[in-house]
Ligand binder design. Structure first.
Ligand SMILES: Nc1ncnc2c1ncn2[C@@H]1O[C@H](COP(=O)(O)OP(=O)(O)OP(=O)(O)O)[C@@H](O)[C@H]1O
Ligand code: NI
Length: 377
């Protein structure tokens, strides 16, 4: 901790590598205004892996895209602050934003086939990523590209350098994407469900690789996933998203051992055994997320919540710190954790140690897991 309260909303830079403050994203569409992201506060430090987890449509990708201004505007409209190394990326000039994107941040997207150029060799694409930022000769860049390919586990890199993307398996293409994302030695890696399409063995290797690189380069990672098995493998901290809000953030151990938000509990506890043990995907919680074009001023989860109270109609809850679990980053947007009159901080007695959990065992996984497809193209 840096001693600065998470509730401190003063408009100033912070010590965190990245700090998102009060991010809102609305899409003006023909069917209405889609309030995709609302009031999000998140941060990540160097050397730390933060997982964003949540159902399809909960706003994970839009949040990640907002960091480096990749949300299309229009139809998107964005407000909030994105502090990165002390400057607000939402207000820096476009040259500086380009520099940060090229120099400092790496991206891995979900579908390596659509992200790689099919008519260029893999080696050339890695070389281009290296040369975009570094003033190096072609032959030096080639050497570094081959090193990078080896580093991400592509064996026989020298001879594969001249191969085209279609000549690589899905897992190997994903490694190529990682190599490209790492070509600029990023301080922050943003990965949007990059392993969804991979088989479990390859996925485990990729996750292991990212952890190793995090250790080696001390890079921060924001890793988006539907899959609590992936969270268990890779995360240090977790932010659970629901209908455009972060409803719970905590240390990964707290999320699995002592989830507080009824939604998180439902996701984790409605399956037998822990999701971590089983490497399972999110379990459905009964019901549907709200229509983001017709949100009411109430807690967005209340219709599905086993613990809903009259107060939940009052508005989206503020962020509360649940009592006594030793994790000073544990925060929950749920009135259950507000038992002080104007609590905006720790409460005295955590109310719901044995609150009923969501029974979602007969729900439909497809409402939770888009199975590798994405709501964004
Ligand atoms: N360009 C866009 N125009 C209009 N609506 C959009 C656009 N991009 C995203 N949305 C909407 O914003 C909401 C959040 O989408 P987002 O892609 O962030 O969800 P997600 O959590 O990443 O879901 P998934 O797990 O399916 O990838 C959704 O309702 C989505 O339809
Ligand atoms: Ni997404």
């Amino acid at each position: 901790m840096d001693g600065q309260s998470h509730f401190d909303t003063t408009e100033s830079a912070t010590d965190h590598l990245l700090q998102i403050e009060d991010l809102d994203v609305t899409f003006r569409t023909k069917r209405g205004d889609v309030e995709a992201v609302n009031g999000i506060d998140l941060h990540v430090d160097a050397g730390e892996i933060l997982c964003l987890v949540g159902e399809s449509g909960s706003g994970k990708s839009v949040t990640a895209q907002s960091i480096i201004d990749l949300v299309p505007q229009p139809p998107g409209e964005i407000s909030g602050r994105v502090w990165y190394k002390g400057q607000d990326l939402r207000t820096v000039n476009s040259a500086e934003l380009r520099r940060v994107r090229a120099d400092e941040v790496g991206f891995i997207f979900q579908d390596p086939m659509s992200s790689l150029n099919p008519v260029h060799t893999v080696g050339r694409q890695i070389v281009e990523a290296i040369r975009a930022q570094n003033d190096v000769s072609k032959s030096d860049a080639r050497e570094r590209a081959i090193e990078l390919m080896e580093r991400v586990g592509i064996s026989d890199a020298g001879s594969r350098f001249g191969d085209y993307p279609f000549e690589f398996s899905g897992g190997m293409r994903q490694r190529v994407m990682i190599a490209i994302a790492l070509a600029n030695e990023p301080d922050l890696l943003i990965a949007d469900e990059p392993t969804t399409a991979l088989d479990v063995t390859i996925q485990a290797q990729v996750l292991e690789l990212v952890r190793e690189l995090r250790d080696e380069l001390d890079m921060a990672v924001i890793w988006i996933t539907h899959d609590f098995g992936v969270v268990a493998e890779i995360a240090d901290h977790v932010a659970v998203m629901y209908a455009g809000n972060v409803v719970e953030t905590a240390d990964v151990y707290e999320v699995f051992d002592d989830p507080k938000h009824p939604y998180t509990r439902g996701l984790l506890e409605s399956i037998p055994g822990s999701a971590a043990e089983q490497g399972r995907r999110l379990t459905p919680v009964e019901g549907e997320p709200p229509d983001l074009t017709a949100l009411e001023p109430a807690c967005r989860f209340r219709d599905r919540c086993p613990d809903a109270m009259p107060r939940c109609e009052d508005g989206m809850p503020a962020t509360f710190v649940p009592d006594g679990d030793g994790d000073d980053r544990h925060e929950v947007r749920c009135y259950l954790y507000d038992d002080a009159p104007n609590a905006d901080g720790p409460t005295d007695d955590g109310p719901t140690a044995d609150a009923p959990i969501v029974d979602g065992s007969n729900g439909d996984l497809s409402t939770v897991d888009s199975g590798g497809e994405s709501s964004h193209e």
